[in-house]
Design a protein around this ligand. Sequence first.
Ligand code: ADP
Length: 214
Amino acid sequence: QLRTPLAGIKWSLDMLRKEERGALNAEQKDLMEKTFRTAEHMADLVNDLLDASRIEEGRFGYTFLTGDLTPLIQKIVDALKPTAEARNLHFTFEPAAAPLPAVSFDASKLELAVQNIVDNAIKYTMPQGSVTIKLRPEKSSLFLIVEDTGIGIPEKNKKFIFNKFFRGENAIRYQTEGSGLGLYIAKSIVEKHNGTITFESEENKGSVFMIQLP
Ligand code: ADP
């Protein structure tokens, strides 16, 4: 009941901004674009809140399949490439050189987790910076590494980064939009895969997020 009305609003706004119901002057077009983006932001927030409440109530159902993770990561990279390019970032994916060992994963849940991490790397990196995604097998694990040259995480914020609704002070200054739920959701998903999620970061230098899956 939260999603459906929002989807309806977005659908109407999208039609209007694309001038499918008549031409708009520059000012009207600009206003429609802004309103559409606000509605998109609202829909993202609602999705994050619904996911977080499902996680808490144990209603976030999982279906595990075993296979190669590369196509899933490639799909996320392809989907986020236009956003990264619009922000003038060097955006690269380095798949593993050798065939990857099969891992057990829920594709849609892991997609959400990885998307949140890559989204953050894009969102918190200044234009001309870089975001690099790597897949590396190591011993009995598979590592997904997301590196960026962005704003980094202040030392005193580090211990709160996976908390629900927490947003770093520099992150709030740099990007006013954000729910503070992305990493909370990502961590919960990775842990359901018996994996771990860790990071290293230096303020004003960049961050590296690592997802390890067994
Ligand atoms: P949101 O991005 O909506 O604020 P998240 O839960 O995804 O929420 O992230 C929580 C906080 O972690 C962010 O507000 C930011 O302070 C920090 N963070 C996450 N990823 C990065 C990154 N790649 N670079 C800098 N800070 C980050």
